[in-house]
Design a protein around this ligand. Structure first.
Ligand SMILES: [Zn+2]
Length: 404
């Protein structure tokens, strides 16, 4: 497999020359990147080479077959290469439907939700927030009470990150020099991003274009940091790159099955680190006072938020219709405002995310659901066992189809 790994990394770097968003992280030999920039391999050549590599993937020896990670490695690399081929076809102009694209790139297809699913959820929220005027406006007014004052933002995030880290370290040994830095930025199509640098370091960026609500502190700390993306990348680097010498993990192509695992574990990791009432207690007793918000409202805010979370699948439906060409941008934004209760401005920002990242949206909610089911099937709901299986998943190259 080592003979496939190096050319795979170089091919992903080559695709990165045609698609600026493609290479999310790379910490292999810097000269490979320089060479890819110098050469700018034509897409047709990338396609031919990737097809050749898929055909050349060797069968596993009897010795390999007893090592579960070696089996996962082979299937993973093959599927990642197939996703390279799909992305190249897209860059050459191939038009895939939303579901065809997510299957080809992320090894998964999101379920569809009928309008009645959203209507029922909106009705439940309506009962929580009674009053005159449209529900979205009532929700918006309610939420205003939970905006983090901008001058407290970094204190809040630092505290939430420290909590996520403390809890994670109770269950997993991390290298002593692991570290990340947080930067506050504007004008991005996403709300937060982890740029893994290699050497157990991440740069995390937080987009401050829109108001940031108190629940984002825990979400962001756990999703981008502990036990989410940062820990995932650190464990891959330590166990697969350092210990086993598997070069393919020095690169992370964004439009590939790896992203469903990355986003799914980052989102489910929030629940692993702060299950149920522990999250509420931490927010109410620590974060609300730190932000100068009224802690007596924390419980009500959490229960409304958990209903609103069920609307996240509205993003998949809007993206599916918009990218399939069934509706235009304005209609997609209006659909989100109605069914996801996002503000008109946030809905518009979300359609820009669809333009850039397309069917990537499924990785967050479907990814979380698949990871949750996988972990709960293996571990039940005992917190200790959940952590064990969760960390094992983070440190192994498992495919989305392998979670079922
Ligand atoms: Zn993420």
């Amino acid at each position: 497999m080592d003979g496939i790994a190096e050319p795979y990394v170089k091919l992903v770097l080559a695709v990165g020359q045609h698609d600026a968003d493609y290479v999310d992280a790379f910490y292999g030999p810097p000269e490979w990147k320089t060479e890819a920039e110098r050469r700018t391999m034509p897409l047709a050549d990338v396609q031919a080479e990737a097809s050749r590599l898929v055909a050349d993937i060797p069968d596993l020896s009897a010795a390999d077959r007893v090592d579960e990670l070696a089996v996962l490695r082979r299937d993973f690399l093959k599927r990642q290469l197939e996703a390279v081929l799909a992305r190249v076809r897209m860059l050459q102009g191939a038009k895939l439907s939303f579901d065809e694209e997510s299957q080809a790139l992320y090894d998964a297809v999101a379920p569809t939700h009928p309008e009645s699913y959203f209507a029922d959820t909106l009705e439940a929220i309506d009962r929580e927030l009674p009053g005159p005027g449209p529900l979205a406006e009532r929700y918006e007014a309610f939420r205003q009470r939970f905006v983090i004052p901008p001058d407290r933002l970094s204190a809040l995030f630092d505290r939430a990150i420290a909590e996520g880290r403390r809890r994670t370290l109770q269950h997993v040994a991390l290298p002593p020099d692991e570290h990340f830095t947080v930067e506050y930025v504007k004008n991005k199509p996403w709300s937060g991003y982890n740029w893994y640098q290699g050497g157990y370091r991440s740069l995390i960026q937080v987009n401050t274009d829109l108001p940031i609500y108190i629940d984002r502190a825990v979400d962001l700390a756990c999703h981008e940091g502990y036990p989410g993306h940062h820990v995932y990348n650190v464990l891959l680097e330590r166990h697969l790159v350092e210990e086993r010498g598997w070069t393919e993990f020095t690169i992370y192509p964004l439009f590939s099955p790896q992203s469903l695992i990355a986003e799914g574990t980052a989102n489910f990791g929030i629940d692993v680190a702060l299950p149920g009432d522990e999250r509420l207690a931490f927010e109410r007793d620590v974060l609300f006072p730190l932000a100068g918000l009224d802690p007596s409202q924390a419980g009500r805010y959490a229960s409304v938020r958990s209903l609103v979370d069920r609307l996240s699948y509205a993003g998949n439906e809007a993206a599916r219709r918009y990218l399939n060409g069934d509706i235009d941008r304005a209609a997609a934004a209006a659909w989100l405002t109605k069914n996801a209760m996002s503000s008109p401005k946030a809905s518009e920002q979300r359609t820009r995310f669809f333009d850039t990242y397309r069917s990537y949206v499924i990785n967050y909610n479907l990814g979380k659901d698949l990871v949750r089911r996988y972990i709960e099937t293996k571990a039940g709901s005992a917190p200790e066992r959940r952590w064990e299986e969760f960390v094992r998943l983070l440190a192994s190259p498992r495919l989305p189809s392998g979670l079922r």
